[in-house]
Design a protein around this ligand. Structure first.
Ligand code: NAP
Length: 682
């Protein structure tokens, strides 16, 4: 079977010399791939003209809804992916990380898109900046979608996750993607991609696929395109210095190879839960995906006094790992993805072995249901580097397979130093129940790590593990790890957007952002906005209340009701000594309650519920005899698609009789799309 690329809505076969893609266990041919003869310029043009235009027509919430539907669609068809995944050498547990992990990433981005992005196309960065006295000239940072294509170049080890973890943030940002999976396992990525196309859930042009090389694609990139690369540091270097990338300042993110460490704390001696957890984690990181994880533990840094015990515990645990055909249920570790990878790993391993002793992994491989000659098998190999200060290779060489080196340390500072000698890593972990020691390690490691995991007996059961990047947290690292960042929730979306500082009047900013900015025009003061349905409420609709005096009796009744008898409200003599108040003042929470009494419109209507307050600040005390009034302005709306209601955010300001702001906050309500709720009140 020849793998096809997907270009401008059509499946297309390349011509010329084919790469043969083989089953990692049996060596049988699975597919051929070539992208020669494809029109890469047309691909970019289609992404920009059709895909980008279609995606940018949708709001963040509409894009998020499509991601969620896609995640459900793929979930229903994932067994076909699991079946094919065995050919890459993955066990079912390995494939779970790749396939369910990838689909899970889509779900998380869909959910975050709904909850953390506005129901619009512009994302706001930070608050409005006041740029002149009088408030008529203000500034706001906004993010808008780039108008180019996201070029996703992926590594061979996670063909499905690697594709979906890049697609989710790009599509949410409104940027179409051109996916180029690593050729060795492109058959699995292509199968998942075909499902995406068949779902019909993404707009035309949103995704395209290259099976094979990228040809002259880079020659046609512009500053509106983004390259997100995962793979080796040497390829990253080649691509980020491509003349076109340099000339046009094309955005380039790289996740490259990384020497990750795990540190066993000095407190975590033999017999402690942390010691056992550390051993389990190192074994897991060596054997999951046969160690072909960019995040795997390459250096296990342990107290010198525990070194012998750690080596023995790891050796014993590794001896129990069943290696063989990943289709067999008893097998815990399959082969590497290809014979080429095995050659590469064995070469790197030989470099490490020049400086480190081999504790286990040498000798004949005992395989379950597989032939060592045909499959790309490498035994889990544990090394011991007794002189990590003098050694070089252990700090430089990544054997991208089931290989780890145990490294002893004498002081915590030395442990930090040894981990930092990876010169930039994706992840580090610490196993310690002493939070002071662990905190010192975290702060010492942080400048050179993208993510740090601390495990102890209290969180081990819930820990997501050293090697698992999560969509909520950044994945990436400085220096050798590529200097890039992916995922991290909405941070990952912003890589595909342009940040622009906009200056002008408040009304201009309201028009640009779709969010009411203080000082902008107030609309419809005559109709109470709580009488309006979700669709009828407009940004800027304002209600201004009448006045209410706050009395001493109010304060005392509120204290009795709430049980809050704080001296500043209840004891005149004590309150006089308070430098901020100089006498009794009303409870802040009373003011919020009294404000609701001033702005609420009581009869049954489209407002269904008040579900919270954001950003509450009390800025002036209110004394007995002072008078307050409230302004409520519709600031932002967000429809909950398919639920019959939406969220309305009201900019709320309480002022005193001198016009000074007493409290400022956002009231959040759920407002029905219909005039009255359908169901009669209970
Ligand atoms: P690689 O050779 O750099 O390949 C990575 C990707 O780049 C593949 O899709 C490859 O396509 C493509 N590529 C290679 N040369 C290219 C070129 N001249 N122009 C455009 N694309 C090109 O990496 P690898 O050796 O397969 O992968 C293993 C490495 O990736 C390991 O070192 C590992 O640490 C790193 N990795 C890092 C992460 C991470 O998240 N940081 C994750 C996984 C792996 P072809 O397959 O068609 O050559």
């Amino acid at each position: 079977m020849q793998l096809q690329s997907f270009i401008a809505g059509h499946w297309v076969s390349g011509i010329g010399r084919m790469s043969a893609l083989c089953d990692a266990t049996t060596g049988e041919l699975i597919a051929n791939a070539s992208s020669e003869g494809l029109d890469f310029s047309a691909m970019l043009e289609h992404a920009r003209r059709v895909g980008g235009t279609n995606l940018r027509r949708l709001t963040f919430h509409e894009r998020a809804a499509r991601l969620k539907a896609l995640a459900k669609y793929l979930t229903e068809r994932k067994e076909a992916l699991y079946d094919l995944s065995y050919a890459t050498g993955a066990t079912r547990a390995d494939a779970w990380i790749d396939i369910d992990g990838g689909i899970g990433t889509l779900f998380v981005y869909a959910s975050k898109g709904m909850k953390e992005l506005p129901d619009g196309r512009v994302y706001l960065d930070g608050p409005v900046e006041s740029l002149a006295k009088g408030g008529n000239f203000v500034g706001q940072h906004i993010y808008v979608s780039l108008e180019g294509a996201a070029v996703h170049i992926n590594a061979f080890n996670f063909p499905v996750w690697g594709m979906l973890e890049k697609l989710a943030p790009a599509l949410l940002a409104g940027v179409p993607a051109i996916v180029k999976p690593a050729t060795a396992t492109a058959y699995l990525a292509a199968r998942a991609f075909r499902q995406i196309v068949e779902s019909g859930l993404l707009p035309e042009g949103a995704v395209q696929l290259i099976c094979g090389g990228v040809g002259d694609l880079f020659e046609h990139l512009t500053c509106q395109d983004v390259i997100a690369f995962t793979g080796s540091a040497s390829t990253a270097r080649k691509l980020r210095t491509h003349p076109r990338v340099v000339d046009r300042a094309v955005r380039f993110t790289a996740e490259t190879d990384s020497l990750n460490s795990s540190v066993l704390g000095p407190d975590a001696v033999t017999g402690t839960p942390e010691f056992d957890l550390f051993v389990r984690e190192v074994v897991r990181e060596m054997t999951v995906k046969a160690g072909q994880k960019c995040t795997a533990i390459r250096k296990a840094i342990v107290p010198a006094g525990e070194c012998a015990a750690v080596l023995e515990a790891l050796r014993a645990a590794l001896a129990k790992v069943v290696i063989g055909d990943p289709r067999a249920e008893s097998v815990r570790m399959g082969p590497l993805a290809s014979l080429a990878q095995r050659r590469e790993v064995l070469e790197q391993l030989a470099r490490l072995q020049r400086e480190s002793a081999t504790v286990c992994g040498q000798g004949e491989l005992m395989l379950a249901g597989a032939d060592a000659e045909r499959g790309a098998f490498v035994a889990p190999t544990l090394l011991h580097c007794n002189d990590p200060q003098g050694a070089q290779a252990v700090h430089e060489v990544e054997a991208f397979g089931p290989v780890s080196t145990v490294v002893p340390y004498r002081t915590v500072d030395e442990a930090i130093d040894l981990a930092r000698r990876g010169e930039g890593s994706l992840v580090g972990s610490v196993f310690s129940a002493d939070d002071a020691i662990a905190a010192g390690l975290v702060l010492g490691l942080a400048p050179l790590h993208g993510r740090i995991l601390v495990v102890n007996r209290h969180c081990a059961k819930d820990s997501t593990g050293h090697g698992s990047p999560l969509p909520h947290l950044v994945h990436g690292g400085p220096g050798r790890a590529g200097g890039g960042e992916e995922l991290g929730g909405i941070r990952g979306v912003l890589h595909y957007m342009q940040r622009t500082a906009v200056q002008g009047t408040p009304d201009l900013l309201t028009a640009v952002t779709g969010r009411w900015v203080g000082g902008s025009r107030e609309l419809d003061p005559l109709v109470h906005p709580f009488r309006k349905t979700f669709g009828a409420v407009r940004i800027g609709d304002t209600f201004r209340s009448g006045e209410r005096e706050v009395t001493l009796e109010d304060i005392e009744r509120f204290a009795a009701l709430s049980g809050d008898h704080f001296y500043a409200h209840m004891d005149e003599a004590a309150a006089r000594r308070n430098p901020l108040f100089g006498g009794r003042v009303a409870h802040g929470y009373f003011l919020i309650a009294a404000a609701a009494g001033l702005f609420v419109d009581p009869p049954l209507g489209p407002v269904l519920a008040n579900y919270g307050i954001d950003g509450l600040r009390f800025t002036q005390p209110i004394r007995p005899g002072d008078r307050i009034r409230v302004r409520l302005t519709c600031k932002e709306k967000s429809l909950r698609i398919g639920q019959g209601y939406g969220e309305v955010r009201w900019d709320t300001q309480i002022t005193n009789h001198n016009g000074l702001t007493v409290a400022q906050y956002d009231v959040l309500t759920m407002v029905s799309e219909r005039d009255m709720p359908d169901a009669p009140p209970p």
